[in-house]
Write a new protein. Structure first.
Length: 405
């Protein structure tokens, strides 16, 4: 209030009892500090940008790896194809230029070096640029004709069942199911063979139905469709050879250590020794080791110079140790005749009756070969398998299979 020209503060109003009844205080306005919100927004923006950059970096790295793997896969494929073509050219050259008869041991070694592109030898390896290739040649003429064999089995299945028991290790009902079903798959009628066969009705009743062939087999892989035939029965104890191109955890670790350098493929001899340790002297073969759709033979007459380990094991009285010793000996020098060093091997009198007398080809005949070529680039492997008929002036590719199983 204003009194006598001066300003005085108003007194608080008290009650008559001398105690404060109420104090009137003006309202106060609170001012908030918003500087922490700006900091929080900045942190969120930085986090978001970090996630985006990490995602972009991961995507770019993944796309780089995919592009590199695709590039190496294509290089490995064409490396494998080059191995196929190289093998065919060399096989034709061998037929057109039969090796001369050696007069000395030194000349014999030189001739064997020139003839190394032939079946029955160790895997042939070569490389160019950043690629490596491994080629294995197999003589299809040492196998039995599946269609001719089943034609005979249709009349009398005894020999087929004995073969399944002795070489593949099937017994009892399992043996009879496979034997009878193989005959039914091949024959043209719709009558079930024996009590264990399988015809069209059986295959159409499966979850994934398909027709029975009821005709001659065009490719040996079709046996995998026959009732009772498993991969073990088809490939034998050696297993699917295509799976040999996969790598183990230890091999993957070695690849990482060496920066992706391809390890040297395991020698066939070491692989056979592992098989011997696992299965002993007796190793069960597979249908693919015994039969072929390209051979015309119905008897176990094999060329001792070109037979693979599994083909040598078809001979009566032959064991893994003897077969491997024969392979090592012919790496040094091919056998010229059945009495050339062969009598020194175990059970020669038993298995010698089943080897071909003409073991050195004259260069005038056509031959069926199965060529398996594996291309290696970095840590990528591609495999091609083909069966080819090679003559002196031409060749015909009869089967072509790509990829690993």
């Amino acid at each position: 209030m204003v009194c006598n020209g001066s300003i005085t503060r108003p007194h608080a109003h008290y009650s008559g009892r001398g105690t404060a009844d109420a104090i009137e205080v003006p309202a106060r306005t609170t001012i908030r500090d918003e500087r922490g919100i700006a900091l929080l927004l900045v942190l969120w923006v930085i986090t978001l940008l970090t996630v985006i950059c990490a995602e972009f970096s991961w995507t770019m790295r993944t796309e780089t790896v995919i592009a590199r793997n695709y590039k190496e896969g294509e290089q490995a494929y064409y490396t494998a194809e080059a191995g196929i073509n190289k093998a065919i050219v060399e096989l034709m050259r061998n037929l057109n230029q039969p090796p001369p008869a050696p007069s000395t041991e030194e000349e014999s070694e030189e001739i064997e070096e020139e003839r190394r592109w032939e079946p029955g030898l160790e895997p042939i390896r070569f490389s160019f640029d950043e690629s490596a290739c491994e080629v294995i040649i197999e003589d299809e003429n040492n196998k039995l004709s599946i269609n001719a064999f089943l034609r005979e089995a249709k009349k009398n299945p005894t020999r087929l069942k004995a073969l399944l028991e002795e070489k593949i290790g099937l017994e009892g009902e399992e043996r009879d199911i496979v034997a009878d079903s193989m005959i039914d798959w091949w024959d043209a009628d719709h009558d079930i063979t024996g009590i264990n066969g399988a015809e069209r009705d059986y295959y159409l009743s499966l979850d994934d139905p398909y027709e029975c062939r009821d005709a001659e087999l065009p490719v040996i892989e079709e046996l995998l469709l026959v009732r009772g035939v498993t991969e073990q029965i088809y490939y034998g104890d050696a297993g699917n050879p295509a799976q040999a191109t996969t790598i183990t955890a230890a091999e993957l670790e070695e690849l990482v250590k060496t920066g992706g350098r391809v390890p040297e493929p395991e020698p066939e001899e070491e692989r056979d020794e592992r098989a011997e340790d696992q299965y002993g002297e007796k190793r069960n073969l597979g249908l693919i080791n015994i039969f072929s759709t390209f051979s015309s033979s119905t008897s176990f007459k094999i060329n001792i110079n070109t037979a693979s380990l599994d083909q040598l094991l078809l001979l009566e009285g032959m064991d893994i140790g003897t077969a491997r010793a024969i392979i090592r000996e012919r790496q040094i020098r091919r056998f010229e005749e059945p009495t050339d060093r062969l009598p020194e091997f175990k059970n020669y009198e038993v298995w010698s009756k089943d080897i071909k007398k003409n073991m050195v080809r004259t260069g005038m005949d056509s031959q069926f070969y199965t060529i398996t070529s594996r291309g290696f680039v970095g840590s990528v492997t591609r495999e091609i398998t083909c069966t080819v008929l090679v003559s002196r002036n031409n060749f015909f590719i009869l089967r072509w299979q790509e990829g690993n199983a």
